[in-house]
Design a protein around this ligand. Structure first.
Ligand SMILES: [Cu+2]
Length: 270
């Protein structure tokens, strides 16, 4: 009987050693770089919270928007649909970086799920054709992870997206981590634009429209690319003082109007 407590405590120590919970790691980083005609990055990633870094080395505004593909559909089917000018409804909008100006970089954090993903720029060029249909598209596989999933990022500001509007906390100048959640019934995005002094969001949008001349009075400084209903992600960015606006360019399937034309803009002063 005297050896039993000793044995029990040894057993307890061994069990504690075996079941000691591993600490959740910080999100890992994936960097995607555009040269204006193609986008390069890793071909594999692990599931869970991941920091997406987009580096724009191209001559125009580009983005690193992520879509998760159906298990029985491939990247070639996605490319074929894009070539026909269609957005494949079987691809799930999975966030990513909504945009960065030439020479700039921007960061978003998303929760990757296992499966094949495409990453590319769906912003129409001067010819109206999105970069992704002209080669600015790559793919990567998200695989399951051994051990604990990365911990969710923290945030100092919140933004919810609905059909069709934004509810955002006030943002002052400086560094922010903004939690962006889609509580609508359609995919939504949160493109963040720094407006030129004196310009408003209407002037910026007019200059982005077809046939407009000259550069738009403002710069895309980042944001969260389209994310499916119920999804959420984070934007990490440093805000300069001045006028800004959140804008959603996703198309409404019923009216074919961009969401911003249905009211999905939110100007604010940082
Ligand atoms: Cu929207």
């Amino acid at each position: 009987m005297r050896s039993f407590p000793a044995l029990a405590s040894i057993l307890a120590l061994v069990l504690a050693g075996c079941s000691m919970p591993e600490e959740a790691p910080a999100p890992s980083s994936l960097t995607f770089t555009s040269d204006g005609s193609s986008i390069s990055g890793p071909s594999q990633a692990e599931e869970g919270w991941t920091r997406i870094v987009f580096v724009n080395d191209g001559p125009g505004i580009d983005q690193a928007a992520l879509y998760r593909l159906d298990a029985d559909r491939g990247v070639e089917e996605f490319r074929a649909a894009l070539a026909l000018g269609e957005a494949p409804s079987w691809a799930v909008a999975a966030g990513g970086v909504a945009g960065a100006m030439p020479g700039a970089r921007a960061v978003a954090l998303v929760q990757l799920e296992p499966g094949t993903h495409v990453v590319g720029s769906f912003i129409p060029g001067a010819d109206g054709v999105p970069g992704a249909a002209k080669g600015l598209l790559a793919s990567f596989d998200v695989v399951g992870r051994e051990g604990p999933l990365p911990r969710e990022p923290t945030s100092d500001a919140e933004m919810t997206m609905v059909d069709f509007g934004y509810n955002a906390s006030a943002l002052g100048k400086g560094m922010h981590s903004v939690r962006v959640a889609n509580e609508g019934s359609q995919p939504h995005e949160a493109v963040l634009v720094a407006l030129a002094p004196g310009a408003d969001v209407e002037a910026f949008l007019a200059a982005m429209g077809p046939g407009a001349e000259g550069p738009p009075p403002g710069a895309v400084v980042g944001g969260l690319a389209p994310i499916a209903p119920g999804g959420h992600g984070y934007i990490e960015l440093e805000l300069a003082e001045g006028g800004h606006a959140w804008i959603c360019f996703v198309e409404d399937p019923a009216s074919h109007a961009p969401h911003f034309a249905l009211g999905m803009t939110d100007p604010f002063q940082a």
